[in-house]
Design a binder for this molecule. Structure first.
Ligand code: SF4
Length: 215
């Protein structure tokens, strides 16, 4: 297990009656977070969204360019693809809580464009402070990692999707879940047949998540 740079929030008990207020407070506090350097170049923090008590939480890697501008998770091209995959898997997005392992957009400039850059282990570990609070307050029955970075944040070790993806996992905090491909990875496939295959993998992962969550 990876040693944490930061301590966990207090251990879980029953969900507090004021969980919604505490989540809103955490989202407000995260706007001023300086736990890692990523706040410097991003427009704003992008906290999770959804209802307290959502039965399923989806965790991505980090906000993208459009999410950084909008201040909301999964509203750009990857979010639209996720919406379609959730619909194809029979999951209503309004019933899930969506968030990211890292709450600020990390990028590099390429000409006029801001290109996604993967967060490093220290940044993921620093931002787990916020993810742990979301998990503690939303208290979902099932947690889906979209991509290896989210799985690493939840498992606190490297997760190899080709080996551990698509099947039931127990995350480091004891919650149950599954890891599958990130929608951005579907979009990054170089040709249409590869994209279609990757998209099928995402939908299959979500279908299996819904099945396991129901069980
Ligand atoms: S990425 Fe996370 S840990 Fe780093 S500054 Fe932003 S909110 Fe804080």
């Amino acid at each position: 297990m990876t040693e944490s740079l930061f301590p966990d929030p207090p251990a879980r008990g029953p969900r507090p009656a004021d969980a919604a207020e505490r989540l809103a407070t955490a989202a407000e506090e995260a706007r001023h977070c300086r736990r890692c350097p990523l706040y410097r170049d991003a427009t704003q923090v992008v906290f999770g969204e959804g209802s307290i008590g959502a039965s399923m939480m989806l965790v991505g890697e980090q906000p993208g360019d459009q999410e950084d501008i909008a201040g909301r998770p999964f509203v750009g091209p990857a979010g639209k693809l996720l919406d379609r995959a959730l619909a194809d898997a029979g999951i209503d997005r309004s019933t899930v809580y969506v968030s990211n392992a890292v709450k600020h957009f990390k990028y590099e400039m390429r000409g006029k464009h801001r290109l996604h850059k993967s967060p490093n282990r220290g940044e993921v570990e620093a931002c787990r402070w916020w993810l742990a609070q979301e998990l503690d307050l939303v208290r979902p029955h099932f947690v889906v990692a979209l991509g290896a970075t989210a799985a690493q944040a939840l498992m606190r070790r490297t997760v190899v999707l080709s080996r551990e993806g698509g099947r039931a996992l127990v995350w480091a905090d004891g919650s149950h879940g599954l890891a599958t491909i990130h929608p951005s990875a579907v979009l990054r496939q170089r040709d249409e047949p590869s994209r279609a295959q990757a998209y099928d993998g995402l939908v299959r992962g979500l279908i299996e998540a819904a099945r396991l969550a129901a069980g």
